[in-house]
Every structure is written in structure tokens, then in C-alpha cells.
Design a protein around this ligand. Sequence first.
Ligand code: MN
Length: 497
Amino acid sequence: MFKEYEVWFVTGAQLLYGGDAVKAVDAHSNEMVEGLNRSGRLPVKVVYKGTVNSSKEVTATFKAANSDGKCIGVITWMHTFSPAKMWIHGLQELRKPLCHFHTQFNKEIPWETMDMDFMNLNQSAHGDREFGHIVARMHKPRKLVVGHWQDAAAQDRIAVWMRVAAAWADAQDMLIIRFGDQMNNVAVTDGDKVDAEIKLGYHVDYCPIAILAAYQNDVTEADIDRLVETYGKEYAVAPDDWKNAHFVGQVRNAARTEIALRRLLNDKGAKAFTTNFDDLEGIDQLPGLASQRLMAEGYGFGAEGDWKTAALYRTMWFMGQGLPNGCSFLEDYTLNFDGEKSAILQAHMLEVCPLIAAQQPRLEVHPLGIGGKNDPARLVFTSKEGEGVAATIVDVGDRFRMIVNKVDCIKSKSLPKLPVASALWIPRPNFEVGAGAWILAGGTHHSSFSYDLTTEYLEDYAEIAGIELLVIDEDTTLSGFKKELRTNDVYYKIMGN
Ligand code: MN
């Protein structure tokens, strides 16, 4: 889906240096943009939108970026010195994500040949600082990438921002469907849906579960046959289970709900949904298998009405498209105290995404012991080992706060008496500080987890959204984190949000 989008590259200069300089700036910019596109490291195409030499040109270009449906963000670079007052009106207009690229056309100083003509042209060392000043003074959110345009490290940082900008664009017309409300009395998964639409772009709608039940009536036995055949190809099933009428019946009921749910979401143009196990009238079983499979397709999911996590999952899935290791909705399930290896088992009643599975998922049917419905089908697996990030957004009353924790997934053990999918992770810097900081920040027991994303992605997201960000990683200490929480409270009281 990155192919639908483009990022604009806008070069800053001024007309002080004459026509030859203008031509050279243009030629260099073209060469750089072609080089960036040819690097193979950028998921979104870069389109050179010319050099801007005046306030009028900046404003016209940024207004065009705002109204162009394909443009998900703007990269700026100052080839010559570009007096920054000329950027003020344009920056006031710009509503697309901004990436300031502090780079230079030439890589090394041409010591022997450099003359004043060269210096009149190649001025990004000071030009980008002049531009940086006005962006800083105007408190304009932006990503700053510093490095030579041919260096992989700089290109990779632009690639991160591109994935985030694309996910941001995706979220601006995201519809989240909620079947039922929040689980009664739960605080952390609730929040201000009006403010979420203003700040984060997405829209949350309620849908009676009866509508889903009605969709189920239109699912034919042949539809179910086809989907159950797909299950048989994709998942491991104990051989005897296919002869077990109870297993087959429950799997078929699960398939009926999955087909109905996918059709309903498709008809509404929804990109995410939430369920509530207390609100399943007309549905045979908790739609665990459906939720697992729809998450793998990129639909956002949150359990118990958790629409913020549903939206964040969709956004993190979108950022990570094409990357190898996957993402999932997860819940802090139970703790394992084991000294330095103390870890948190991550699972849910059923709804864990198979994209994070270390082995082929097993399709199983078991009682749930909660909700009073029939035995649900579900995919059972343990997760891969490796580093990842868990993220959440909470509403702390006057603002949204994003909390991100670097975690290390370690080998999980099978749970013969608890047949659910799971991951087992140690939060960084360790269980005591990682879990402690998350709790001090008021973080959810639900999170959106990814192996492929790093804290940089979530930092870019929070910057674009203009929301508070707290990162818990190897450098976190509880005393430092408490100070950050207090400082942020003061900052947002003064700055507003
Ligand atoms: Mn839950």
C-alpha cells in the first residue's frame, strides 16, 4: 500500500546567486532524488517538487502538498542559504508531516578546487541551520535526519519516517467499529473519542452485535466449506479432530462469524474493530479465530472495547508492511519471577495475532470458562524470540500519552492446560524497572507489539501527532522516569495540547 503514496522533496535556495546557481541547484536536487529512489531503501517514492526561492513559492508548494491526496509528507533541504523568514507563511500552512534532511550534495570537501563559486552554491551547513531555527521557533513538529544522502543510515531513517507518515495518512480516514461498549468499569481502555478524532484522525463508531448476527445469516454452507478448507491448509490440526463432530461444528461456527465479520467491516470501510465478550448475543462463540486472522490481514483489533489499541495495532501493522517478523495485540497476562530473567507472559483469552508465531499455529477448540458462550476455536502457538517494542496510548484526562517499552521475547513454554497463543518477554531495562515505569505512567494492560518496529517509529508517530511520548528502554531509571513524568505534566500544562 506504500505504492499509492509519494513524498515531496522541496529544495530551499534564494535568487541572490544568479541563474547558473539556480540551474545547478535544480540539477543537484534531481540527482539526489533519483539517487534516493534508486537506493532501494525507501518504501515510498520521492518526487522532486522544485526549488523554492521566495515566500510565495514556499507557501504555494506547501498548500499544494496539503491538498494532494498522494502526498503523505514533505522533505525539505536547503542547498544554498535560504533566509528563513520566507518559510514562515508556508510552515503555518503545512499540515502534512515534515522531514528536515540536513545533508549536502557533495560528500567531501573538494579541497583543491573549492572556490567562492562553489561556496555560493553549497551552503547547507549554514542554510539548514537557518531553516532549523524557524522550525524550532514555530514549534513545528518535524523529523530531523542528519547525514549524507547516499549513506544507508540516513536513507534508513528517512524510510522509517516514510512508513510512519504513510501510517499517519492511513489513520486519517480510519474507521473503527465497536461491537458493544468498553468492558464495564474498565478505565484505562476508555477515553475521549472526540479528542482522538481531532488529534489522531481516526473515527470510532458503535455497531450493534445484532448486525453481525444478521450478516451471519447470509453466509452459505459453501462459503464455510471453502474457509474451513483454508484453515486445514494453513494450520496444524490433530488428525482425530477432523472426525470429531464437536470440533468440526465449532470450527464451522467460527468460520461463519469470520466471513460475516470480514464482509461487515468491508461494507463499512472499517480498518479496525473491537469486541466485548459480554456482548455476543446471536454469536455462537467469542470470535477468537476471526480476530486472530483479521489481525494478520491488517485489521486493527482491541479486546473488551479497547478502541485505542485497535487503532494503534492497525497503525503499527501499516508501518511494518513487508517487514518479516510481525505484530500483535497482546495483554499482560501473568508474571514469572526469576531473578534477572523475570518476565511477563503475554497472551489473551484468544486474540493473539499469528504473525508473531514461531511455529505453524495449531487450530484447537476448548471451553473458555467466561462469557457463557459455546467453546471457541482458536490458534495456539508460542511467539518468536527476539527484540521488539510494545506500545500503548492512554488518555490521561487533558491529553493523550504514548508509552513505548523495548522488550526482549524469550523462549516461551507450552501451556497444556491453557490452550492460548502467547509470548514471553522481559521488558527493558529489566522487569522491575520496565514494568515499574509502565505502571507509573498509567499504561494499559493491553498493548500493540511489533518485532519489526523500533522506538524510532513510535517517536516519529508521536511527533507527527503532537502527543506526549514516554520511552522505556535500556537507559531508563525509575527516578529519572518519575522526573520525566513530572516535567511533562508541567510542559503540557503550559504548552497545552
Ligand atoms: Mn483484555
